[in-house]
Design a protein around this ligand. Sequence first.
Ligand SMILES: C[S@@+](CC[C@H](N)C(=O)[O-])C[C@H]1O[C@@H](n2cnc3c(N)ncnc32)[C@H](O)[C@@H]1O
Length: 411
Amino acid sequence: MMSAVPARSESHNDLAVLLHRYGTVVDTVVASGISVPRFTGEFWTSRQRQASSLHEISYRACFKPQLAAFFIEHFTQPGDTVYDPFSGRGTTVIEAGLLGRNVIANDVNPLSALLSRPRFVVPELDEVRERLSRIPMRADRRADIDVSMFYHRRTESEIVALKAYLDRRRRYRNEDRIDRWIRMVATNRLSGHSPGFFSVYTLPPNQAVTQSRQRLINKRLRQKPEYRDTRKLMLRKTHQLIRSLTLEQSVRLHMSGKHARFLTNDARHTGRIPDNAVALTVTSPPFLNMVDYASDNWLRCWFNGIDAEKAGRSITTTSSLAEWEVVMGSVFQELFRISRPGGWVAFEVGEVRKGNLRLDEVVVPLGVKAGFACRAIVINQQSFTKTSNIWGVRNNRGGTNTNRIVVFEKS
Ligand SMILES: C[S@@+](CC[C@H](N)C(=O)[O-])C[C@H]1O[C@@H](n2cnc3c(N)ncnc32)[C@H](O)[C@@H]1O
């Protein structure tokens, strides 16, 4: 029998009680004639359970699963619909699926759906092993672009064979859940900074460098791509992803996945989502061109037959605050349309320009103008010790991870 999943739904008074339990009010933001309390504290992270291993797909500027879990558990019931208009690797929707909620994911970057959807129908390790063993991996295949600075010739040949197999399955419309899983894992393994990836040592997997930059890295580190057994690495990653998953969670994900929708629209124009359909939105928009999604993703796009330039053009990147406000203002209007009465939006804006620009304060009037009531700003602070290993040098640095979340209600 399935154990009970958390099922609570807060009024805004309950929200204040909840926030006071874990944090304190630091100040009050006044915008559009309303006062909004700003809370700071450690609302999630160390107090929360471990995140599921299923989230371990890297993506630029992704947030922690515990952030999404905090809002999903407190603002929704099982069966409610949870939405993310800027879904990225799918942190919100995967967490919502694990908690037995219905989900809608949207992201203008086609890689987003490709990385999220397969994790709603998790295969057995043996199914993946069996499928991989049937893909003919000839040793003499060359890519249509020069990838020799990333891969040993034999690795390149395996990647090209895999790409051709997956393309064929998709073209003839017989790509199934296991093919989609393999596509996701292979996309994740294409390049990275350890022997667990297909490539020679390079930047982490969510930041592919250009071919010429990789040549420089190879020269500097006096390295040459060595052979990597792509099947073995994909199986290892599959095991890592599913290692913490319980049967109950798999069943919940599966049920959630049956009705899940993965859209590739601009977040301002999601006409396929009905009015008043969404109980909770948990999201994090692109921040003032801090991240170049198109160039970071060129290798992943090549593998999946996606035009990186075209995908990049649809992604909102602007360094102008005024332009950003216009786009986000329209996003809020759309969120107001699709949120149900009594529904919530948790809008994460992180730290930008080294904390000198308080985007949370910018966001408050945008949501209010669209019709929402702004109930709180939540600043989650977590201390960490970060071990980074860049170019072989280990650094232990202390610091603080700060998330700023503006919480709105459609009252
Ligand atoms: C900060 S990331 C979100 C990361 C996500 N929270 C996660 O945990 O993976 C912002 C996302 O917004 C997407 N995006 C940018 N402009 C968009 C737009 N106008 N409409 C929809 N998605 C957009 C980008 O492709 C990117 O995936």
